[in-house]
Design a protein around this ligand. Sequence first.
Ligand code: AMP
Length: 138
Amino acid sequence: MSYDNDNIFAKILRGEIPCEKLFEDDDTFVFMDIMPRADGHCLVIPKTPCRNMLDASPEQLTACLLTVQKMGHAVMAAFDAEGVTVQQFNETAGGQEVFHLHYHVLPRHADLKLRPPGTMADFGVLKEQADKIRAALA
Ligand code: AMP
């Protein structure tokens, strides 16, 4: 399977479609998931192309996981969470829908289940939540 330059996350990286950006460094980019399964649900992606974990380089995997850890701390602080769930899907059979490597980072509370997938966020609420995470990162 080859990388599709027109996948939606490639377009976000090129600035062709908007996103609620939280963080970037030389190698990774982080933004809010528009169909959040928990308040503060965000996505960590490499800036360079790869479909998923299966074709990613050691450098892409390392950079993403370091940013995942950073974002785990930030979302836990922002939402006073007790834990964090990290999800990553590979190919259609593995549950992947967007074919640019990404890690879901979800702050968790012991008594709160993840919401079902597929409900679009209110963009005002998403921005408020992003502001909290950006403040935790500052
Ligand atoms: P998956 O490939 O199964 O990990 O799912 C892709 C994820 O990307 C889902 O959680 C979607 O809600 C999210 N998503 C899709 N399009 C966008 C977008 N334009 N901005 C932010 N998140 C998105």
